[in-house]
Design a protein around this ligand. Structure first.
Ligand code: NAI
Length: 665
């Protein structure tokens, strides 16, 4: 393996150190990088006549993306963390104490331990560009900047560093320059190395005006208090270790000398790395990366069928949502079919949502241009012959689906991919209705489609791998995050949700207050509690699903029977408009023998309900990778990202071993 840091001493006495972690797309602080850094520092310290040094990345689009998260997530002992973080600190302190000035020449990602390295240099110059992002995003992965970031950044730019660190904001070069993180900015077509050398010469000559204001931290107690309130607001009261320990490091460290502050930061970092939340968040980071590009999930070497025309059957709740995502994320013409009365209301709805996005400047094109790509029909017109993919989102009745597929089959090409958005009818049971069962699969969206990233791509018994790959490609085109599973009642997400809901209802039937059950789950980190979720989606939806699955649920039966389908749906449900429980619903709750449960008991009970299903999905090979389940539950149900998904969390809290003798991961 080649050297990571290469020093060239130029005739002028300027040293140029190019770094490149060979074989990796991104530079990160790997073991090789540290030993390379040690070597190059030794070289610098022993080479005569070097007046100053420029650090520049050898990668085309990346300065240094920080610590290696895979390595960090595998650390199990405090001593190991101390060793690793000690290496960062001693390396960067050595750089600061070098006696000659240094300049970080930045292009591409300069994040986390990459920025902390740049902060230890005398000056920083950055080249503008799409990939140049500068920041300390560690709090987003359950860690915090522990290699000097919590001490050096506030000392450089003041209290503004608090928000950047606590929110993990990544800034474009110009913004980082404006905030004083970067001293010099050059345009995207500039010559970074020469500009960095010129900047270094200015520093050596004492001519560079470096803004290094003496920061006043006398108000730090009240700033820290406000920051704490801000964190708790964002986490709905949950004290997540990463931002809390980051804040503690800044609050305590900035009252002391840099050296003392760095020691405080180090101690807190040891604590944060060992938390379950750090391991959970890092898992979320990786499974997100795995599904960020659906095309990368296709069979290796597969070339997807070109998609030039799309059709959607059904212009109801789901059809509208799917069309919104096709129009805003692709240039594809879309044909929608529904009964004549459904067309104009559907179109008006799509326009309303797109207009709202345009107002928030979230669209790349005018709404009229997007709407121009939508055509509507009530008949199977010739245009269906042109479609490469048809998404079916008609009524959830097998008779309707049979008729629709029968008619559709007469007017599409044989190579057309057909996918159903059914939520409960097995794909395999509909396969006989379609022209080519191997080109038929499921693509299950979540409502509202334009807000929910997840789709489940479903493999029926006859679905060809090619069809799955083409559906993954389509998911990528419309910017969804897919998971792949086999046919199964409730697929993955609803299969996991239903037992969870049944347990929640059981707990209220045992006399635990609705508020208490919901609060336990929001404190766990879910966006809403299970009873409120039921009220919001429509109480009849899980009720009908349970009936279909042969499950008796008396409370839902009573509530739906009383015409209470949910506050939004029928004006009455479990809750009143002010958010409190409607007293009228209380007599409808079925009674069981009383059993008071603690908050932890409720959380654990609902988690176990999910884990048992997850285990069954794996055993029956409904999914072939546990990570698919965690992606589904994080992006389909809002499971807290800091817990890494239900299956990962079960591993982290020891539940998997207790229940099944081994971990899922
Ligand atoms: P919806 O009732 O809002 O819309 C269905 C539309 O299909 C109606 O506009 C209806 O006129 C149209 N339709 C009926 N027969 C048709 C035919 N022969 N040709 C063309 N259009 C026809 O229903 P929704 O909620 O949009 O559900 C559609 C599908 O999506 C169902 O299979 C459902 O299970 C599934 N789904 C629903 C979710 C939801 O949250 N609503 C979530 C995920 C899937």
């Amino acid at each position: 393996m080649g050297k990571v840091f290469n020093l060239v001493r130029e005739e002028t006495g300027i040293g140029v150190i190019t770094f490149d972690v060979v074989g990796e797309k991104m530079n990160t602080w790997t073991e090789d990088a540290f030993s390379g850094f040690d070597q190059v520092m030794h070289e610098l310290e022993t080479t005569k006549g070097v007046r100053g040094v420029v650090f520049i990345s050898g990668k085309p689009e990346n300065f240094l993306a920080g610590a290696n998260l895979k390595l960090i997530s595998q650390i199990e002992s405090a001593d190991e963390v101390r060793g690793t973080i000690g290496l960062f600190h001693s390396s960067f302190n050595r750089l600061c104490a070098m006696g000659i000035p240094s300049v970080a020449a930045i292009h591409g990602h300069c994040l986390g331990g990459g920025l902390e390295f740049a902060l230890a240099c005398t000056g920083r110059i950055a080249k503008e560009g799409r990939t140049t992002l500068i920041g300390l995003p560690e709090c987003n992965v359950g860690l915090f900047p522990g290699a000097g970031g919590t001490q050096r950044l506030p000392r450089l730019i003041g209290y503004g560093a608090f928000e950047l660190i606590l929110k993990g904001t990544m800034l474009p070069a110009a913004k980082a320059h404006e905030m004083g993180i970067i001293d010099r900015l050059i345009p995207a077509n500039g010559d970074l190395l020469n500009a960095a050398k010129a900047f270094l010469e200015e520093i050596i000559a004492g001519e560079a005006s470096l803004k290094r204001p003496a920061q006043d931290f006398s108000q730090i107690d009240s700033v820290a208090e406000m920051a704490r309130a801000g964190i708790l607001k964002a986490t709905k009261g949950r004290e997540l270790p990463a931002p809390m320990l980051a804040l503690k490091s800044m609050h305590e460290g900035l009252k002391r000398s840099l050296a003392e502050g760095l020691e405080i930061e180090k101690r807190n970092f040891v604590e944060v790395v060992l938390t379950k939340e750090a391991k959970g968040s890092i898992n979320t980071f990786f499974i997100k990366g795995m599904t960020d590009r659906p095309q990368a999930m296709m069979t290796k070497g597969f070339v997807p069928k070109p998609v030039n025309h799309v059709a959607v059957l059904g212009f109801g709740t789901m059809g509208r949502g799917i069309i919104i995502d096709i129009l805003r994320n692709t240039q594809l013409p879309v044909l929608v079919k529904d009964i004549p009365e459904a067309l104009e209301p559907g179109k008006a709805f799509v326009r309303k949502i797109l207009d709202g996005m345009a107002e928030k400047k979230r669209l790349k094109e005018p709404v009229d241009v997007m709407m121009g790509r939508l055509s509507m029909t009530s008949d199977y017109i010739d245009a269906f012959k042109e479609t490469d993919i048809v998404i079916e989102a008609v009524f959830e009745e097998i008779g309707v689906k049979r008729q629709v597929y029968g008619e559709l089959s007469k007017c599409i090409r044989e190579d057309c991919i057909v996918a159903s958005n059914t939520s409960s009818i097995p794909i395999t049971s509909m396969a006989p209705f379609v022209l080519k069962p191997e080109r038929f699969g499921g693509i299950h969206f979540f409502s509202p489609v334009w807000l929910m990233q997840l789709v489940e791509v479903i493999r029926g018994e006859k679905t060809a791998q090619e069809t799955i790959d083409n559906l993954l490609n389509f998911a990528g085109l419309i910017r969804k995050r897919p998971i792949v599973c086999r046919d199964n009642a409730g697929f993955v997400v609803n299969a996991m949700l239903f037992p969870n809901l049944i347990n929640a209802l059981t707990y209220i039937e045992e006399g635990n207050a609705i508020e208490k059950v919901d609060r336990a789950m929001t404190r766990f980190g879910m966006p809403v509690g299970p009873i409120r979720l039921t009220d919001e989606v429509g109480i009849d939806i899980p009720y009908k699903a349970f009936v279909g699955m042969g499950i008796r649920q008396d409370t839902l039966k009573n509530v739906v029977g009383a015409g209470r389908l949910g506050l939004k749906k029928s004006g009455k449900g479990f809750f009143l408009k002010d958010g409190s429980v409607d007293p009228e619903v209380l007599p409808l709750i079925a009674k069981r023998s009383p059993h008071e449960r603690t908050e932890e008991g409720i959380q654990l009970g609902l988690l176990i309900a999910m884990i048992q299903v997850g285990k069954d999905l794996l055993d029956r090979k409904i999914v072939n990778d546990v990570r698919m389940i965690d992606v589904g539950i994080i992006w389909g149900l809002g499971f807290p990202a800091d817990k890494g998904g239900p299956m990962k969390w079960a591993d982290l809290i020891g539940l998997s071993k207790k229940l099944y003798g081994k971990n899922f991961y």
